[in-house]
Design a protein around this ligand. Structure first.
Ligand SMILES: [Zn+2]
Ligand SMILES: [Zn+2]
Length: 258
């Protein structure tokens, strides 16, 4: 299959997860679903395991010198997302946005949208960098990223609704996030010569998504929720790790190890 066609399909599926999440919010405005929390937690565990067990060892193996160090690039990616999502944006967290008052302050929703667009762009870059390195690594990163795409769509659409925008604006913002993912994955032509930097940098971004966006959201349920889920969301982080391990075994069996 043509490489760009394959990348476009993967980008469209990942962006499709965003659209699905955004659609749910644009239709019914509010969700109170344990299923979503469990999915977010599973995605967090899966992503965390992929970065630590697959990407970091691969980056160390491949690093042959250059500007800075591989782990320096990873830290830079981590810090970029901290800057974009939580330093520039005064109010951002993953999951359904319910703090209407904060969101009504001028510019707060737009800054959160900007932060999440940068995040979504790197969702695409990390999948592309993984695929360029190794098909198996790319596939496992694709699954990892996909698992948090529905909650991500819900996040952005509910930010817009909380800010008092209409459903159309929520939908447009969701399309922007999905589009940023696609742009990220198609940036493969630009990042190919710089792949040695792109992989650790985008892995740092992904580490932030897993450990500093998703896991705190999973743990927030005891503060925010009146009706606690029957199974605590935090348990699903472990489910995500186990799911990663099974996927790893399956893909190694099918495609061989790098
Ligand atoms: Zn909030
Ligand atoms: Zn994302």
């Amino acid at each position: 299959m043509n490489r760009y066609l394959g990348l476009t399909i993967i980008g469209l599926i990942a962006g499709g997860g965003n659209l699905l999440g955004g659609y749910v919010i644009a239709r019914q405005q509010m969700i109170r679903s344990n299923l979503l929390r469990w999915l977010t937690a599973t995605g967090a565990g899966f992503l965390l395991a992929v970065v630590i067990l697959e990407v970091v060892p691969e980056v160390s193996r491949q690093w042959s010198g250059g500007l800075g160090t591989a782990m320096g690039w990873l830290l830079a990616g981590y810090l970029l997302l901290h800057l974009a999502e939580h330093t520039i944006a005064p109010h951002f967290h993953f999951g359904e946005e319910t703090h209407h008052q904060e969101m009504h302050e001028r510019g707060v929703a737009l800054k959160a949208l900007l932060g999440l667009s940068i995040h979504a762009l790197f969702d695409g870059v990390v999948m592309a960098a993984g695929l360029l390195t190794d098909l198996r690594l790319g596939l496992v990163l694709f699954i990892a990223v996909f698992l948090h795409k529905i909650p991500e769509g819900i996040t952005i659409a509910s930010i817009m609704i909380s800010a008092g925008r209409d459903r159309r604006a929520a939908w447009r913002a969701t399309i922007l996030i999905a589009g940023a993912t696609l742009v990220g994955i198609l940036s493969v032509t630009i990042i190919e010569p710089a792949i040695r930097y792109a992989l650790p940098f985008s892995a740092g971004v992904t580490l932030y998504v897993a450990a500093s966006d998703l896991i705190p959201e999973v743990n927030r349920e005891f503060e925010d929720q009146v009706d606690r889920p029957s199974i605590p969301s935090s348990l699903f982080v472990f489910v995500g790790v186990i799911l990663f391990y099974l996927t790893h075994l399956l893909l190694t069996e099918a495609l061989g190890h790098i």
